[in-house]
Design a protein. Structure first.
Length: 473
């Protein structure tokens, strides 16, 4: 249970048919991406047709999608949207997205997911007197505008900006008659392309496929690392794409998207998150099976891995049943979103209620997706023991987290990570578990099915190039 890991953001963009309005599609796309950010939401729209294009403005506000966008509307058949969790920049309306930038008497709107590590350097170069926000998105937008002023083609300016930006970024841009989607050369954060099977010619991009499902679009493919994908109106919909990866970076998908951040019903980087998580559970069981009566998840984030663990047990004729064990009150928000630990602790007590009949007298395997500080799992173990559990064994579907993330996941300081300077046995003793095992790094890679991963928060080794690493340090 990620009591301290905060998600990045969710982005969405759609190029709709002429004379249609895509506001509700963006709204429901963002709604499906709500798990990626709950601080603010916004939508920018434009009317695009054979006669040209007209920006129709932006609506945005603080809160989850239904709160932020209540009674708001923006016209247009092209548009982009954003849900935000602040990885950099404070939680305020100024920092909500999309943002608009004016350059060369033109306006473009941009929304961003990720974290730029060389913002200070870029700001210095831009010599912009005052930035209106403290978010990375404004820095990226100004960098693009800085190059655009020099009179080049917009996409060339975007490529130039990509050359200078270091870090993780997925962008959606509403520019003239185009929706432009950009993914950084490492591919840290996911970005997918979908199409409307019913309305030929409608294209959308989103952080995850769950947003495509929400509006009835089908998954075409991922935006590739380093790719600039363009959907534009020119007497009908036209799609083009170019790949820009001057830094020749190694592809480094964030492993944590699979472990926790992405929705289980999403497909990212051409892999089903649900299947990956189930495989993590199976591998976890194969690596660290322990004789017990029931396997239960920490809901919701541990459910899929716990199902995988239980499936492995059945396949290997082990007498262990899957049970819910802990009942989640679904009307309480995700605890880690709350700003301070005291509030989070109070909330946990109302959030997860143990089912005594399932627990009393049982030897339990409790599956969690990760352990950060260990305070939540420690309290859960105590709750289970108070309800009569005979043994509580903890199995974790992510290896120990020891380092902070520089690529868009807001973590506490590394000093607070329980695994930072403690052995597994020491952690088990601290949290009060009868035993504790994490999935191995090889097991994690096998479950995800690719070695093109970032696991800098496990190893401290950054996947970016030496030149970029210097910028980070
Ligand atoms: S450091 Fe960890 S959380 Fe950050 S991008 Fe890499 S794998 Fe993801």
């Amino acid at each position: 249970m990620n009591e301290n890991l905060k998600e990045a953001c969710g982005i969405f963009g759609i190029a709709g048919k002429e004379n249609t309005n895509i506001y509700s599609k963006i709204y429901y796309g963002l709604f499906a991406l709500q798990h990626r950010g709950q601080e603010s939401a916004g939508i920018a729209g434009a009317m695009v047709n054979a006669n040209g294009f007209k920006q129709k403005g932006i609506v945005k506000d603080m809160g989850i999608v239904p709160e932020a966008l209540r009674n708001k509307f923006v016209e247009g058949n092209f548009g982009i949207g954003h849900v935000r969790y602040s990885t950099t920049g404070s939680s305020s309306i100024e920092n909500s997205q999309p943002i608009q930038i004016k350059c060369n008497d033109e306006i473009f709107a941009i929304a961003h997911n990720g974290n730029i590590v060389n913002t200070a350097e870029i700001k210095q170069k831009l010599r912009v007197a005052t930035f209106l926000t403290t978010s990375d998105s404004e820095v990226i937008a100004n960098l693009i505008a800085h190059h655009y002023v020099s009179g080049k083609n917009f996409l060339e300016c975007l490529k130039q900006a990509m050359k200078e930006i270091v870090g993780s970024y997925c962008l959606v841009i509403l520019y003239q008659n185009k929706i432009i989607a950009v993914r950084d050369p490492n591919g840290f954060r996911p970005l997918v392309i979908g199409k409307n099977e019913d309305e030929e010619g409608e294209i959308c991009v989103a952080s995850e496929t769950c947003a495509l499902d929400a509006i009835g679009f089908s998954y075409m493919r991922d935006v590739e690392p380093g790719e600039i994908f363009v959907a534009e109106y020119a007497k009908g919909m036209k799609i083009s794409s170019s790949t820009y990866s001057v830094l020749k970076d190694k592809i480094s998908y964030c492993m944590f998207e699979y472990v926790y951040f992405a929705r289980a019903d999403s497909v990212i980087n051409n892999a089903s998150v649900y299947q990956v998580r189930k495989e993590m559970g199976k591998i976890l069981a194969s690596e660290s099976y322990v004789d017990a009566d029931i396997v239960i998840p920490v809901p919701d984030s541990g459910i899929t891995a716990a199902i995988g663990y239980a499936e492995w047990c059945i396949e290997h004729s082990k007498r262990i049943c899957y049970s819910e064990g802990l009942m989640k009150n679904r009307y309480v928000g995700r605890t880690f979103i709350l700003p301070n630990q005291a509030d989070r602790e109070k909330e946990l007590c109302t959030k997860l209620n143990p089912i005594k009949t399932e627990i009393d007298g049982k030897r339990i395997v409790l599956i969690d997706d990760s352990i950060v500080r260990g305070t939540t799992i420690k309290r859960l173990i105590k709750i289970l023991r108070d309800k009569g559990a005979k043994e509580v064994h903890i199995r974790v579907s992510c290896p120990p987290i020891k380092f902070t993330c520089k690529f868009g996941i807001d973590m506490q300081t590394a000093k607070e990570f329980i695994a930072r300077d403690k052995s597994i046995d020491e952690i088990a003793a601290l949290i009060g578990a009868d035993s504790l095992q994490y999935i191995s790094r090889d097991g994690l890679v096998k479950a995800i099915g690719t070695e093109n991963l970032c696991y800098a928060c496990l190893t401290g080794i950054s996947p970016v190039t030496e030149k970029q690493t210097k910028l980070i340090e």
